[in-house]
Design a protein around this ligand. Sequence first.
Ligand SMILES: *Cc1c(COP(=O)(O)O)cnc(C)c1O
Length: 360
Amino acid sequence: MSRVFNFSAGPATLPESVLRQAAAEMLDWHGSGMSVMEMSHRGKEFIAIHAEAESLLRELLAIPANYKVLFLQGGAIGQNAFVPMNLLRGKTSADYVNTGEWSKKSIKEAKTYCSVNVAASAEAGKFTSIPPQAEWKLDPNAAYVHICSNETIGGVEYHWTPDTGSVPLVADMSSNILSRPVDVSRYGLIYAGAQKNMGPSGLTVVIVRDDLLGNVLPVTPSVFDYKQQADNDSMLNTPPTYAIYIAGLVYQWIKQRGGLAAMEAHNRAKAAVLYDYLDASSFYSSPVARADRSLMNVPFKLKNEALDDAFLKGAQALGMLQLKGHRSVGGMRASIYNAMPIEGVQALVAYMKEFEAKNG
Ligand SMILES: *Cc1c(COP(=O)(O)O)cnc(C)c1O
């Protein structure tokens, strides 16, 4: 067996030890004689798996007691609709900050349910920086303020937390959740699809302050009514059981490695290997403003685009996959989530140096 370095933006690489444990437990979980996939979601085995996953996530993020943790389906894109359905609470407008492709999707979807005030946009600068809060035009009557904490495609990340006063702050953290400590109390709601930093696709985590629940738009489907799901331990319908189990193993892996402070140190060290080289090279470049560079998704360009295909082929031959940038940005993108070991980034930079020496 040989494993590649998988730089995919998502679904993305998972810790090898988690996959090994899942493999070992595949046919018989803890003497139950069943795979987790085959268990009733209401049986005592799965209830324990579910409770353990929630408790580990609460511990890792130090989630305050007045926040609910929901394990749902529908992806982060589903949340683009479910957030306004649940959080408008009688109001008619919401503020959105537009920092890239994922913010744009959130804005477009929200417009079906409310009037959207784009409080700030980085579009004029081609989404290569985060607009500073001094430039935001927030509406004090907005139901909430929505941000995307890490733009997976453009590679810009908030390294600060906006202050929205009494208006709840909502963040799509799909691609940087659990990459560093977060003060959950600064947010009204956090959501994330699991397939970047937490586990397999199919699971969406929502962390929401409990006073925001219980006043949904009448059209809201009951499985996407946060209050109903919170009252039913996220089991109003059959939850994505296997994805929850794997996410629980990933949470355990993060805890064993020292929690989120340790993750952040590891992620900073990894990203520095790549950014330092990009900055020192005239053959490659990073399009993103230094202060706003993502530690998770690193887009970069070759000066000569005609070499893009040769670069990707050479990387693939060395077992480094999924480095092609998103079509809206072009060039390359290395996604270096928690589970990417520093050896993967070092191997990538070694290859980049060699490619530059041959073609520069
Ligand atoms: C991947 C991603 C999404 C989409 O998630 P789905 O699970 O496909 O709905 C949304 N937002 C961000 C920031 C992402 O990285």
